[in-house]
Ligand binder design. Structure first.
Ligand code: GDP
Ligand code: MG
Length: 258
């Protein structure tokens, strides 16, 4: 699977990389997904430098791009969504990012969405500025505890992506924390009733079809590579690559200029 992704070609010549936007609550595992995918593709040992040690406040403040060496994929980590309108990133800014209005390294302002006079505001985004897939990130062990505000924000963002016809998937992280069977043997994940129930719960709460939900485990404490973990993540990652690529292939010229 990784061999296939390593020689992957984008369906359109005018698009230089597939861009994925990660969003979700603080502590969901967004930075860890980026870390994990990077260590799989780049073949180095996992180093936990992006993940926050404590999960009470958002660690990511900038709109930061993470490219993968030698493959045309880039992941964007937004600031975590927190409760209320003034903490964490504005749903509106995630939507601006989807549309390609926000330049790399923009520092999210928890108090307000980006101003169109900001030098980080892109007025006429091209397909290369836009996001090609939205990845919602939810932690398995905290789905039940997620508050309505956060869920509501995520729904607003997803609805905007639907309107823009941008494909969306959901990565359900921390599967090891949600199920003992899976914690002991990741290969048992598809036999786990607990995980199946969590997928259902996720689907119901956020209105995401079960077929678009991918349970994954990130590298966290482990520092040696784990083949089962890599496989599960690569399966989920392949899905976003295909969705993004199909999305681009389906666009016609007038869409580009929209
Ligand atoms: N056990 C376990 N811990 C994880 C997993 N994914 C993330 N974590 C941990 O959860 C915490 C929050 O992750 P982080 O990536 O910082 O979340 P972010 O706020 O969404 O960027 C960190 O302590 C991570 O090490 C996972 O799949 N399994
Ligand atoms: Mg983070």
């Amino acid at each position: 699977m990784i061999g296939y992704l390593k020689t992957f070609r984008i369906s359109r010549e005018d698009v230089s990389e597939l861009r994925f936007l990660l969003h979700g609550p603080v502590g969901a595992g967004k930075s860890s997904i980026i870390n994990t995918v990077k260590s799989i593709f780049e073949g180095h040992q996992f180093i936990n430098c992006l993940a926050a040690a404590e999960v009470t406040k958002s660690f990511t403040v900038k709109f930061k791009k993470f490219s993968l060496r030698n493959v045309p994929f880039a992941m964007y980590d937004g600031m975590g969504l927190e409760d209320g309108d003034t903490k964490g990133v504005h749903a509106e800014d995630i939507i601006n990012a989807l549309k390609g209005h926000i330049a790399d390294n923009y520092a999210f302002n928890p108090a307000s969405a980006i101003d169109n006079t900001s030098k980080y505001y892109i007025h006429n985004p091209t397909l290369n500025d836009r996001m090609h897939c939205l990845v919602s990130v939810i932690p398995t062990d905290r789905i039940s505890l997620m508050n309505d505000d956060t869920i509501q924000k995520m729904k607003v963002i997803r609805a905007a992506a639907t309107k823009l016809e941008i494909p969306q998937v959901l990565f359900m992280t921390r599967v090891d924390q949600g199920c003992k069977l899976t914690q002991n043997d990741l290969g048992k994940i598809y036999q786990s009733k607990k995980i199946r129930d969590k997928v259902m719960e996720c689907s119901n709460k956020l209105g995401v079809p079960v077929s678009c939900i991918f349970p994954v485990k990130n590298y966290s404490e482990e520092n040696k590579s784990d083949e089962k973990l890599d496989c599960l993540m690569l399966e989920a990652f392949s899905q976003i690559v295909h969705s993004a690529n199909d999305y681009l292939a389906g666009l016609n010229e007038e869409h580009d200029m929209e």
